[in-house]
Design a protein around this ligand. Structure first.
Ligand code: NAP
Ligand code: COA
Length: 271
């Protein structure tokens, strides 16, 4: 696969980008776009097979890659992964917190453990990654990108657990921007809209509902992993050196008319 990047090819030459959930979907798209501008990648996920396949793809783009099978709910495992990544590639310049779990479920049916699973992976896992990366980021005066979602600021039916987790992530992003600015660490979040070909879309877009949803998106299409990858490179780069504490919505305008059409479609499917 080739990447069309509009940035200088050496923008991140030799720098280490560490991505939780970097083995598939949007996060792998982000990794590919950093590889295209010279970065090396540390990627974390639970499945060793997915990590190996992603690493092959990133190495073919010229990156050095360090893979770490770990669950973001396990703080010690993440600390170990980051220490090993540092030994292999050098200190982390940009941390991307992208690991997440999602399934649609009515609020009155979701079990406490189901709610907790999403909070633990998305919100606690994101805190774990930031906390474990702090020393390396302070050393590099690096930055953090948080992968949020429209559910953080717009209510979507059957997404109470995800909305709580992603809203928490965005608030934590601003807290860390406030506290860690003194160390030169910038913190920003990206809220992608529906991204074509991803697990999120497979789980959340009701069967046969894609065309109707696209019609309500002002830009008339779902996004691509490269749409989010290019934005990530920009936000992590010196081009955005005065940006911190910002949530950047990259959804083709999807959230502007609200979540009504999606909510109608998912309610019809789930009930
Ligand atoms: P995805 O391919 O399933 O990506 C999730 C990644 O996180 C996978 O690599 C997964 O690998 C990893 N992961 C999950 N649980 C983990 C855990 N406990 N510990 C470590 N790694 C874990 O899904 P995606 O749709 O591309 O979503 C990527 C991100 O974009 C998520 O933060 C999601 O909320 C956000 N987002 C997606 C969309 C969309 O349209 N897809 C829209 C808005 C926001 P393993 O399963 O191997 O662990
Ligand atoms: N509907 C309702 N509850 C569900 C569910 C669903 N579709 N899927 C899982 N749950 C519940 C389980 O029943 C369990 O609760 P219980 O113990 O009360 O029965 C709880 O969630 C945890 O499930 P488990 O399978 O043990 O969790 P896990 O830690 O192995 O996996 C998930 C986490 C559930 C989020 C899983 O879907 C996952 O790994 N997702 C990662 C990929 C992903 O979601 N990508 C899209 C990102 S947008």
């Amino acid at each position: 696969m080739t990447i069309t990047s509009y940035f200088a090819k050496d923008l991140f030459q030799g720098q280490t980008i560490f991505i939780t959930g970097g083995s598939s979907g949007i996060n792998l798209g982000i990794a590919r776009n950093f590889a295209a501008v010279g970065a090396n990648l540390g990627i974390v996920g639970r499945s060793q097979a997915k990590l190996a396949a992603a690493a092959d793809e990133l190495r073919a783009l010229g990156a050095q890659v360090s893979t770490h099978s770990a669950d973001v709910r396990d703080y010690a495992a993440l600390e170990t992964a980051m220490a090993r990544c540092r030994e292999a590639l050098g200190p982390i310049q940009t941390l991307i917190c992208g690991a997440a779990g999602n399934f649609p479920c009515a609020a009155e049916q979701i079990s406490p453990n189901g709610f907790k699973a999403v909070i633990d992976i998305d919100l606690l896992g994101t805190f774990h990654a930031c906390r474990a990366a702090f020393a390396q980021l302070r050393e590099t005066r690096g930055n953090i990108l948080f992968i949020s979602a429209g559910q953080a600021f717009m209510p979507y039916a059957f997404q109470a657990h995800v909305g709580a987790a992603k809203a928490g992530i965005d608030q934590m992003m601003q807290n860390l921007a406030l506290e860690w600015g003194q160390f030169g660490i910038r913190c920003n979040s990206i809220a992608p809209g529906p991204i074509e070909g991803t697990e999120g879309v497979r789980r959340l877009v009701p069967e046969g509902g894609a065309d109707r949803l696209k019609k309500m998106i002002p830009l008339g299409r779902f996004g691509t992993p490269d749409d989010i990858g290019q934005l990530s490179v920009f936000l992590a780069s010196p081009l955005a050196s005065y940006m911190t504490g910002a949530r950047v919505v990259a959804d083709g305008g999807q959230n502007l008319p609200g979540s009504g059409v999606w909510t109608q479609l998912i309610m019809a499917e789930m009930q």
